[in-house]
Ligand binder design. Structure first.
Ligand SMILES: *Cc1c(COP(=O)(O)O)cnc(C)c1O
Length: 222
């Protein structure tokens, strides 16, 4: 199929361009399970979705060794629908949410990995922790206040702009916070960079990138 041929080419190109230490989260939101399966068959195991309803629908249709990452804003009352199977929640943007993830993880007798989403963009963004809040939550985590959660890193999104200097500045801020917090306890994952800015994010220290449209093509609905 024409579409699959593109998918394969896109995926191989990106994989071969990524440094070995950089993890790829293939962002499959809005795309059908068959397309995800195509990329899975090429070897990809980590996929990102931004909506609970969508991830809950796709999960049973796809192989069980997929590591699902939630990358979009998560409402507290929806954590229970994904707590049993989600690998990583990248979008922790409040203490209330972190508490609920901890509670739901306990119910399923597991630990859920999370990233703290930090507001780094200059533009007004709805979601994300202020830098001081992220630091506070990490200290609380180190004090064992969230025993069923593993805070493994940070996630951030740069301003949507053509201005590379602006983007670089924002990514650099997040890398600095990552290094600072890593002095308390080493964090593993610095998730920044999407289709249009991932090479820059990697230059700035990202070791995990979230790439959607450059693999799957443009989304009709965003
Ligand atoms: C959609 C999305 C991405 C991927 O965006 P692309 O531009 O398609 O690569 C990455 N991160 C988040 C949080 C997203 O919602």
């Amino acid at each position: 199929m024409q579409e699959n041929a593109h998918l394969e080419e896109n995926y191989r190109q990106i994989i071969s361009a990524l440094p070995k230490n950089v993890e790829l989260v293939a962002v499959s939101k809005t795309h059908a399970a068959e397309m995800i399966k195509t990329v899975y068959d090429l070897g990809q195991r980590t996929f990102g979705e931004n909506k609970v309803q969508e991830i809950v629908e796709k999960y049973p249709q796809l192989p069980k060794d997929i590591k699902w990452h939630l990358i979009g804003h998560l409402q507290t009352n929806k954590v229970k629908y994904i707590a049993e199977f989600i690998d990583t929640i990248q979008s922790v943007d409040s203490k209330k949410l972190l508490l609920e993830i901890d509670k739901q993880a306990a119910k399923f007798n597991r630990k859920i990995k999370v990233l703290l989403q930090v507001k780094i963009a200059e533009e007004e963004t709805k979601y994300g922790l202020e830098i001081y809040e992220a630091k506070e939550l990490f200290v609380e985590f180190l004090n064992n206040e969230y025993p069923n959660v593993d805070v493994v890193g940070l996630m951030g999104m740069a301003t949507f702009t053509e201005d590379k200097n602006q983007i670089r500045k924002e990514f650099t801020v997040l890398k600095q916070i990552f290094d600072q917090l890593s002095l308390k306890q080493q964090m593993h994952t610095l998730s920044m960079g999407m289709s249009n800015d991932y090479p820059l994010a990697i230059e700035c220290g990202a070791n995990s990138v979230r790439i959607g449209s450059a693999i799957f093509g443009r989304r009709d609905i965003v």
